[in-house]
Design a protein around this ligand. Structure first.
Ligand code: GUN
Ligand code: FE
Length: 427
């Protein structure tokens, strides 16, 4: 058994009582074995002295496109449909196996640097196998899937697939990668959005996700132009249509949900659909400000994502948590989204979204050791250790503060060096 002991830390547990523990955290193999004010360091393989450091659960990004990491800066100052048609879809169509691999690997390096340990990733139509390869080699915990697009005048021919090919390739990838490395990697069917998917495809995805018991990951109600197209195509509001198909259920993760009406919110609540809020992307693509305080008041499950790199030019979860809190304040007042609430969205609520709330999302004995160690003392005005760490994480931390990221008890990033299974990469 391997034992790793993190000593003298400020441990932000995000447990049900939101406790902060000052002391030590013991990892045995891939699990948290003990959290206490003092743990003896006998028979320990590795000790990390975390004096004046803060330990947090790894962030869980519930919406990202690793295939878009290489496109940063190439689609700025556009709104969603122009951005997809003029920039993102032609760029996705130009991927080959190698570029798809490196796009994923570079994105993962950036995510480790900013304390993310789990992603829900949507790949492109082709070459998703190499993205899975990068995920497998990197140690990232992930749900991922090839994007599905078999419909619509809006979609370029280079990316448009036959329905059966889209289904078959998805099932082939699922059979190859689902539950890889003891469940660290899972498959998620990824119909891109209603605009690009036929009813036949969505219906088949509904049945397959139920038969295999895997998540479905899609976009909805992001942008007003997108909603208009959905209404023209189906005669229904976006989420009402998904419910009509039978896709609105507890396995569905829906990115954005900026423009929901009350009927859609109650479908999401009653069916147990998971919302992934992506504030940076919603601002940069001029999509709007999602009504997250209202969703939380109505008891919807909301977690956080960065979306792809060209949506917000930053995969850093610190950026998203800060925006999630601050964009609501001018509209709903200073306490509408407090720091503790958004930290929970970035961790334990994300774990619930992916169905892993018993394994990840907080620092508790018996859970997987997915965490990061932060140095939040880079303030020149006062010694900040011990002063409300949750506020410091939400309102002032940046990825430069992350010293170590650990997944399944294994450091995957230490001092800016990413440790993949067969080579180290300097970030
Ligand atoms: N809607 C459909 N595809 C995409 C995408 O790649 N990014 C975003 N933000 N929205 C989408
Ligand atoms: Fe997206």
């Amino acid at each position: 058994m391997s034992k790793l002991l993190i000593k003298n830390a400020e441990i932000v547990t995000v447990n049900p009582k939101n406790e902060i523990v000052y002391g030590d955290l013991l990892i045995e193999n891939d699990q948290i074995a003990k959290i206490d004010s003092h743990i003896d360091d006998v028979d320990i393989d590795k000790v990390i002295d975390a004096r004046y450091r803060t330990v947090v659960p790894g962030f869980i990004h519930t919406h990202i496109h690793l295939c878009q990491t290489l496109f940063r800066g190439q689609g700025d100052d556009l709104e969603l449909l122009d951005w997809l048609q003029k920039r993102i879809w032609p760029l996705e169509a130009s991927h080959d196996e190698e570029s798809s691999y490196y796009s994923a690997m570079l994105g993962i390096g950036e995510l480790f640097q900013s304390g993310t340990t789990t992603v829900v990733d949507m790949e492109t139509v082709h070459h998703s196998d190499s993205a899975f390869q990068a995920i497998a080699e990197s140690g990232m915990r992930a749900l991922s899937g090839k994007v599905m697009m078999d419909y619509g005048d809006e979609v370029p021919l280079l990316l448009q697939e036959e329905t059966e090919t889209s289904i078959q390739e998805s099932v082939d990838l699922l059979e190859k990668w689902h539950n890889h490395d003891n469940g660290r990697i899972q498959y998620a069917f990824s119909p891109r959005f209603v605009v690009s998917c036929s009813e036949d495809l969505l219906t088949q995805v509904r049945d397959l996700s139920s038969n295999y018991d895997v998540r479905v990951h899609s976009h909805a109600a992001e942008n007003r132009g997108e909603i208009e197209i959905v209404e023209q195509k189906t005669g229904m509001r976006n989420v009402v249509y998904l419910d009509h198909i039978g896709l609105a259920n507890e396995r569905l993760i829906l990115a954005h949900c900026v423009w929901l009406d009350n009927e859609e919110k109650s479908i999401i609540k009653n069916r147990g659909v998971k919302v992934s809020h992506c504030p940076g992307s919603n601002l940069k693509l001029a999509s709007g400000v999602a009504e997250v305080p209202d969703m939380l008041d109505k008891d919807l499950l909301v977690s956080l994502g960065a979306d792809g790199a060209p949506c917000n030019n930053n995969l850093d979860m610190f950026n998203e948590i800060r925006l999630a809190a601050t964009i609501q304040k001018p509209i709903h007042g200073p306490t509408a989204m407090d720091a503790q609430r958004v930290l929970r969205m970035a961790t334990i609520e994300g774990a619930k979204a992916v169905g892993l709330e018993n394994e990840i999302g907080s620092l508790e004995v018996g859970k997987k050791a997915d965490l990061s160690i932060l140095n939040l003392n880079d303030f020149h005005v006062y010694p900040s250790f011990g002063v409300d760490p949750v506020s410091r994480i939400v309102y002032s931390a940046t990825r430069g503060d992350v010293e170590t990221t650990i997944i399944n008890g294994r450091p995957v990033m230490e001092d800016r060096v990413m440790k993949t299974i067969d080579k180290d990469i300097i970030l």
